[in-house]
Ligand binder design. Structure first.
Ligand code: NDP
Length: 418
């Protein structure tokens, strides 16, 4: 099967290396990105040790015509969009134009949040739904009918969270519960890279996400709270006690639709005090702003300028020590009895670095992207339309995660988050 990967950053690097470990499925890969040199360097490194045939291309995924021309000329079975969420819609359009299946790791958000047309739709959504993060599924769910009619599948958000977090929900629902009452998704990065401040994946996307107001789903509606205003302390297996904060996160939106009986869904992520202090200062002085400002006669976007100053997440691998622990805690009922269940993965930053040259945050995102692609290519997940991970049978995906480096641990008497 032939796959076109768009993007060649931290996450794509891992996914591509993993695809090359499964050459029986991924027989041909074309790596295309804005900076072709990165694609060429990775292809040259991988080619001697894989049976996967690798080619490279230069593309601006924001340019619909350029993109369609590339996809149609490569003629892949699947496009893996591992660039940035800004390009989700142009890549989906190009996939439809060329009759190719699509997947990504993060849902759409616009690069320019001042764009009047986008802003009008955004403000309407804020009023109607009650959460104000820049990203939501509505833009990509609007493509459902087009993909269904074309007989094509679009798989959205197949990283770890979103992605594996939803597979854990589908797994819990299939194997552990008759009904689920609550879901808490806990994302702990216990790693230390030694820098005063750096983000573990694309800084612009990361800082937008964590500086947005927090929100959770309860009793059929969104509850929004100021950013970082709900804090809990949790003792994570193999990491230890960490402060974690409630965030808005994209999979809450799809889980609320696809597991409608759930009364409450929350998402927590760990942050150290130093990270929060840096982020608050940067926010206070305007460095997190996405609105262009004029500087010496040209326009710059503060958060994009900040990205240039911060360490490239793809370079954190050799410096990062410690572990990640990401998973879901469920409460609900099985055979009439109350039940709790915790399922999670622990990944070691240095072990990931030794295997694929990346830290665990890129690893835990890139491996599920490759496993999701494998599900689509082998027909294990086949349903025309636009879907999120929890809509598919979790079993073959969970087997693939286990096999390709993200084993699960289960605990049937977990400490719950208050
Ligand atoms: P990086 O910034 O490291 O890489 C992004 C890549 O996309 C770069 O190769 C970049 O090219 C390329 N790119 C950007 N814009 C364009 C464009 N217009 N046309 C073509 N290529 C482009 O990001 P990450 O690897 O850290 O993140 C990748 C994705 O994974 C993001 O969408 C992120 O939100 C998502 N993610 C998802 C997670 C999950 O658990 N679901 C967790 C972590 C990340 P260039 O080198 O020229 O800049």
């Amino acid at each position: 099967m032939k796959v076109l990967v768009i993007g060649c950053g931290g996450v794509a690097g891992v996914a591509i290396r993993k695809c090359c470990q499964a050459s029986d499925v991924f027989t041909e890969l074309c790596i295309a990105s804005r900076t072709k040199e990165k694609c060429d360097a990775l292809a040259a490194e991988l080619a001697p040790n894989t049976d996967t045939k690798i080619t490279t291309a230069q593309v601006d995924a924001g340019n619909a015509e350029e993109l369609s021309a590339l996809i149609c000329s490569v003629g892949p079975d699947l496009v893996m969009n591992i660039a940035l969420p800004y390009q989700d819609l142009t890549i989906m359009d190009a996939c439809l134009a060329c009759g190719v299946n699509y997947m990504d790791t993060a849902n759409y958000e616009p690069e320019d949040t001042e764009d009047p047309a986008w802003r009008a739709a955004y403000e309407k959504r804020c009023r109607e739904k009650g959460f104000s993060a820049y990203f939501d599924y509505s833009w990509q769910w609007a493509y459902r009918e087009k993909f269904e009619k074309a007989g094509l599948t679009a798989l959205l958000g197949c990283g770890f969270d979103p992605g594996v977090s939803q597979a854990y929900c589908a797994w819990a629902r299939k194997h552990e519960f008759d009904t689920i009452d609550t879901i808490d998704i806990l994302d702990c990065n216990g790693g230390d890279h030694g820098y005063p401040f750096a983000t573990n994946f694309n800084p612009e996307i990361n800082l937008r996400e964590v500086s947005a107001p927090g929100s959770y789903w309860e009793d059929g509606r969104w509850v929004e709270v100021p950013a970082m205003s709900i804090k809990r302390v949790y003792d994570f297996d193999q990491v230890g006690r960490r402060d974690m904060y409630l965030l808005h996160h994209e999979e809450i939106e799809s889980l609320a639709v696809n597991i409608p009986e759930v009364k409450r869904i929350r998402f927590f992520m760990t942050f150290g005090q130093s990270y929060l202090d840096h982020m608050r200062c940067l926010g206070d002085v305007g460095m997190l702003s996405t609105a262009p400002v004029e500087y010496e006669g040209r326009e710059i976007v503060p958060i994009q300028f900040l990205k240039v100053l911060l360490p490239d997440p793809a370079t954190l691998g050799p410096r990062t020590h410690g572990k990640t622990n990401i998973g879901c805690i469920f409460t609900g009922k099985k055979d009439g009895q109350d039940k709790a269940y915790y399922i999670y993965n622990v990944s070691d930053h240095q072990a990931c670095y030794r295997e694929v040259g990346s830290q665990a945050v890129s690893y835990t995102t890139g491996v599920p992207a490759m496993c999701g692609a494998m599900m689509l290519l082998t027909g294990k997940w086949a349903a025309p339309g636009v879907h999120t991970v929890e809509e598919f049978d979790p079993d073959p995906f969970m087997d693939a995660l286990e096999r390709y480096g993200l084993p699960r641990t289960e605990n049937r008497s977990p400490v719950l988050v208050e």
